[in-house]
Design a protein around this ligand. Structure first.
Ligand code: PBG
Length: 332
């Protein structure tokens, strides 16, 4: 090969991309199975699964099937699952009393999973929406989502989940003061080792659409969640929320949704240096899967690329409906 006499580039960044071995040496981030949290939907009944049309590949599971799923996830090396209940429309009420019943669906599911796979961490969602006849995360009084009364209910709900054996409590309701109130109640009730992962920067997002189908809240929801979830235009406000929730006793914080909010993840990590998680939500999952089903993108590749993006943005871990599929690829 003859050499060109043109001046050579001083820096050839392609040198470190020359071969897989060298690409591996300079790789800055790694995605591991231990970064993944699997969200799961649980329903009443026996040995059954209901597909969720807007989330192909995801099903609502009866508790026995959920236990099998938990065994599978644990076998793949996934450290945690996050439970969401599907509550039948006729069981939704205005007072949401089912939310803190010690033997409600979620609490029975926690006990069943813990009995079978005690090493798998169980995360729960704290918000009233699955139980609420209005589909809102808080109580609705005269058309308004009331804060302080809701916080009292969330505290009862969180304590009941901790009592059932939950390891990570995940308040997703966006009421003010709930982290401090839940933390105090957990301490008082002897649950001082229970972790709180605050859905601290949770945006009012249209990407939750398929999830609301999954938990049967779409039909129920009256209006929108804009008076409590964040405006997608804001970033400084997310920092205030994170700081506040950390001061109130959150151990870990979450940004939600994920892919459209990677700038927030990075800012949280750089500013606070605390365990930071992102939720790749139902709509993000649905978009990727729908495009893959059309043959427009490669499912495995967009899945892994999207998950790596969270690591690059500074996240410690990701809640993702792809957790089992990604784990299988990572373990291969
Ligand atoms: C409810 C809750 C939502 C999600 C998690 N917890 C929906 C909402 O706020 O309306 C969304 C998760 C997803 O879309 O995958 N508090």
């Amino acid at each position: 090969m003859t050499r060109s006499t043109a001046p050579f580039p001083l820096t050839r960044l392609r040198r470190t991309r020359k071969m897989d071995a060298i690409r591996g040496l300079v790789r800055e981030n790694a995605l591991g199975v231990s970064d993944l949290i699997l969200p799961v939907f649980v329903r009443e009944g026996l040995d059954d699964a209901t597909p969720i049309p807007s989330m192909p590949g995801v099903e609502r599971l009866t508790i026995d099937r959920l236990v099998r799923k938990a065994v599978e996830a644990h076998g793949l090396g996934i450290p945690a699952i996050c439970l969401f209940p599907y509550i039948e429309p006729e069981l939704k009420t205005e007072d949401c009393a089912g939310a803190w019943h010690p033997d409600n669906l979620v609490n029975r599911a926690i006990r069943a999973v813990k009995a079978e796979v005690p090493d798998l961490a169980i995360m729960t969602d704290v918000a009233l929406d699955p139980y609420n006849i209005n589909g809102h995360d808080g109580f609705v009084v005269n058309g308004e989502i009331v804060n302080d009364m809701t916080v009292e209910a969330l505290v009862k709900m969180a304590v009941a989940q901790a009592e059932a054996g939950a390891d990570i409590i995940g308040p997703s309701d966006m009421m003010d003061g709930r982290i401090g109130a839940i933390r105090r109640a957990l301490e008082t009730d002897g649950h001082d080792t229970v972790t709180i992962m605050s859905y601290a920067a949770k945006y009012a997002s249209a990407f939750y659409g398929p999830f609301r189908d999954a938990v049967g809240a779409s039909g129920a929801l009256k209006g929108d969640k804009n008076t409590y979830q964040m405006d997608p235009a804001n970033s400084d406000e997310a920092m205030r929320l994170i700081e506040r929730d950390l001061m109130e006793g959150a151990d870990m914080v979450m940004v939600k949704p994920g892919m459209p909010y990677l700038d927030i993840c990075r800012r949280v990590k750089d500013t606070f240096g605390v365990p930071t998680f992102a939720y790749q939500v139902s709509g993000e999952y649905a978009m990727l899967v729908a495009a893959a089903q059309n043959g427009w993108v490669d499912r495995d590749k967009v899945m892994m690329e999207s998950l790596m993006a969270f690591k690059r943005a500074g996240c410690n871990g990701i809640l993702t409906y792809f957790a089992c599929d990604a784990a299988r690829l990572l373990n291969a």
